[in-house]
Design a protein around this ligand. Structure first.
Ligand SMILES: *Cc1c(COP(=O)(O)O)cnc(C)c1O
Length: 223
């Protein structure tokens, strides 16, 4: 199937209000433009240099999302260009994003990453840790960061019940934080980014509002 057909198929199987991030990492401009010409405007990249290069080459109405693990020393390159950073996984990183956002004279949209998988390699706050940061009211001091919600990745497994349980956990943390007294502006805390090519249907059943799809749109990557 072509990229356009892949997109149509995904769009037909998800509710209209769920946002689709086309994960274009490792794909070239022409490939991305096929999705763009099919109407897609949100693209996700996991490497800073790749995102910045594509940002300057491709149409400027694209909303670029950074979905990978972000190193503090690279935030400065991303700050002027990025629309949403999905993986804020430490307070130290938030400090740096806030600093670079001030320099770029903008407010940067961020999602806090929660570790829900059993694999050790996946980054993020534990649910308890994250709730603690809200109890301590840590996020309100970052005036140039807008905390828009949460992001998480389920374990890479065939066990769909395990995947479902992990998404349920993330959803429960999301609900808890939406009712947290230290969440100043509830209206902006509304994104729950969960679900990839293999598990987005389960993620949507469990309340995802934003899915990140790569291989189901563009085919296999060399990574
Ligand atoms: C690569 C990547 C995706 C897309 O994965 P697919 O399985 O190809 O859909 C989604 N989220 C993150 C954080 C990624 O790194």
């Amino acid at each position: 199937m072509s990229i356009v057909q892949n997109i149509r198929k995904i769009r037909a199987s998800i509710p209209e209000q769920v946002k689709l991030v086309c994960v274009s990492k490792f794909h070239d401009d022409a490939t991305i433009m096929e999705a763009y010409n099919a109407g897609e405007r949100i693209f996700g990249e996991s490497r800073v240099q790749e995102l910045t290069e594509k940002y300057y080459r491709l149409p400027n109405d694209i909303e670029w999302h950074f979905i990978g693990h972000l190193q503090t020393n690279k935030v400065k390159y991303l700050a002027p260009l990025v629309f949403l950073i999905h993986g804020v996984d430490t307070i130290r990183l938030a400090e740096e994003i806030n600093k670079q956002a001030i320099k770029a004279n903008k407010i940067i949209n961020c999602l806090l990453q929660v570790h829900i998988a059993t694999e050790e390699s996946k980054f993020g706050f534990s649910p308890e840790e994250l709730i603690c940061t809200f109890d301590e009211n840590i996020w309100s001091k970052f005036e140039n960061i807008r905390i828009c919600g949460l992001m998480g990745m389920a374990t890479y497994t065939d066990n769909t019940e395990q995947i479902r349980a992990e998404f349920k956990l993330l959803r429960s943390v999301f609900d808890k934080l939406q009712n947290h007294p230290n969440l100043q502006d509830l209206s902006q805390f509304k994104i729950l980014s969960m679900g990839m090519s293999d598990d987005f249907k389960i993620a949507i059943e469990e309340g995802s509002t934003m899915i990140r799809i790569g291989s189901n749109i563009f085919g296999n990557r060399n990574c």
